[in-house]
Design a protein around this ligand. Structure first.
Ligand SMILES: [Mg+2]
Length: 211
């Protein structure tokens, strides 16, 4: 039961849904904002094209315009995100049973024991991606992490974004985690990472700016 947890995280979910629903936004830097025309608000999501300019969740509209002059802002449409979420979960369910939905852009599945080989997992991921592309559209991608427990599955899903697959085998531990900063571990926020830094020394606890 080593590769039991398959964690799926949709890439730049709100921005991808907007690009999927409106072809004019595709391949463009997009910032999703709570309301349009307010310079003091911030992006609640950014497309990968905008991320290339450093725009991310939490970047102020005014700042995003400076970082990425061509950025297009779109007002968040939560009803369409929920609709898309439901469709995506249905599509994944046809490939592998969805054990639990964690949030609007995350869910995890339990890999049955006869699928717990790297080959089968890679094949399943291709199936999931193909189904999402064919039944929903090419703008919706996901990053998949597989590991011996849910925590490592989630950590793995964040290691190869976007549209990646990372498998963490028991034999990869602990070395595979050394490249991560402490805040890449789910549940460790800025406060906790500072506290760990105080106990173990900041040189042992690498920190990144969290968004
Ligand atoms: Mg996500």
């Amino acid at each position: 039961m080593f590769l039991r947890y398959l964690f799926i995280d949709f890439d730049s979910f709100f921005a991808s849904v907007e690009q999927q629903n409106d072809p004019k936004l595709r391949e463009k830097p997009v910032g999703v904002v709570p309301s349009l025309g307010v310079n003091t608000t911030c992006c609640i999501a950014a497309s990968y094209e905008a991320k290339r300019f450093g725009v991310k969740t939490g970047t102020g509209v005014w700042e995003a315009k400076k970082m990425c002059p061509g950025i297009v802002f779109v007002e968040a449409g939560h009803t369409s995100y929920v609709k898309m979420h439901n469709r995506m979960i249905d599509v994944i369910e046809k490939c592998i049973h969805v054990e639990k939905v964690m949030s609007i852009d995350e869910c995890f599945c339990l890999v049955p024991s006869h699928w717990q080989t790297e080959e089968m997992i890679r094949q399943k991921c291709v199936e999931i991606r193909t189904a999402l592309r064919e039944e929903i559209g090419g703008c919706i991608t996901c990053s998949i992490g597989v590991g011996p427990n849910r925590f490592l599955g989630k950590v793995a899903s964040s290691m190869r974004k976007p549209n990646g697959l990372q498998i963490i085998r028991r034999s990869d531990l602990p070395e595979i985690l050394y490249s991560l900063s402490i805040e890449d571990l789910n549940g460790v926020g800025l406060g906790m990472s500072k506290r760990l830094g105080r106990y173990f020394g900041d040189e042992h606890v690498s920190q990144t700016e969290r968004t």
